[in-house]
Design a protein around this ligand. Sequence first.
Ligand code: PHE
Length: 492
Amino acid sequence: MSITRENWTSRTSFILAAVGSAIGLGNVWRFPYICYENGGGAFLIPYFFALFTCGIPLLMVEFIMGKRARGGAPQAFEAIRPFMSWAGWLACLCAFIIVTYYCSIMAWSWDYIWYSMKLAWGNDAAGFFNQQVLNKTAGPGMLGGIQMPILIGLILTWLAILLILWKGIGSVGKVVLVTVPLPVMCLVILAIRGLTLPGAVDGVIYYLQPDFSKLQDPRVWLAAYGQILFSLSLGQAVLIAYASYLPKDADISNNSFMTGFINCGFSFFAGFAVFSALGFLAYQVGVPVQDVVKSGPDLAFITYPTIISKLPFWAPFFGVVFFLMLLTLGIDSAFALVEGFATPLKDATGIKHTKVIIWLCIIGLAIGILYVTRGGFHWLDIVDKYVSDFGLVTIALAECIVVGWIFGARKFRKEINDTSEVKIGGWWDICIMFITPLILGYILIHSLIKGIVEPYGGYPAWANWVGGWGMIVAAILVSIFLGMKFNRKENK
Ligand code: PHE
């Protein structure tokens, strides 16, 4: 590892980069829906409980792990216990698997910016998305051909990542000055537009009307933990890599609180933009709001375009704003995921940063071609399900065990407090040793059983084996191999 390591040029650039990786598509198409489904306003109680007991404590863990090891996730685990470096490599591989399909979603967004200008979906947004843009095959067994316009979007996305990461962390610090505020501005425009439409209030009432009885359902609490983990980009090597460029005296606790609050505040606000628009749609069509509520790609690429077409004026403008928002929301998560893998690779092999980035971008683009085929959507769906259900949770659990039990929560907390403005107390030990690992362990077992009992999403069992279990097992084996190959201490 080189002795002179690049540093963030300012505290702001580090926080913005961390926030940029956290704020992504999930804040817009996942949080509002989960909130609505799990008790509306009442969901904020488990959500904030999860933020304080799991999100913020784990942000602190990842920040200090990266800072003290001055290396990516594998080096950070290795610095605690050499035999644990595989967990770090697993985090990197998960990040890389995610970014290969995350970029294809961004590819759709490029295309939709173009389609918005002419409202190309006409009055059948669902047919346009499924049959024209994706031209979906019947199932994962048939790939069909490549969808050219999506391939072009994919190439544009990887080119952007290459250019941004090329010069290292210094240029990331500058790029996030644009890619973080820009989607926020877009969201403000969309929220103002949404809230001034007829029917908006009904939508917002749906979003937030509290149903306290839901709090007795353990699934609601699990949903809150799952969402916090995913939303803060925890367990994916990203934040550890970013923190490895922090100067020695950098603050940890305050930066963690800020990252957590900004991300969750953004999610909460996004709910107003989304649900006001859904309220408007329900009003226009003359159905109750629950009939139009959607999440994920259906929300962004079918429901939202339908809403845009119904706007009284400047419809193409709001369409462009919406898809520009998706694109800029996604790009800083995407390059963070690549950097999460690039940093430890460069540290472990000594290969120059630029070279590592070029190779990762080429390989990422090549794998991504699978997702821009006509059958690609099915694979995206399967892979996403398994990585986010098992990958992130396993790694976050490993972090809790390594830090809380093997290294010692108390000793670790002292390291955090040594350079932090806000000193944290014994509550942190309890979260890292007991609350979070117990809940994550429960989530993991629950998903394992569910995954074994029924193949996901009605796809054939073989596709679940290839894109799900097979991929997870392969990732674990490769991580163990990488851990053995690049173990610094033992190789010396
Ligand atoms: N946190 C991002 C979101 O909420 C998704 C993401 C996951 C980004 C993992 C980077 C790493 O959309």
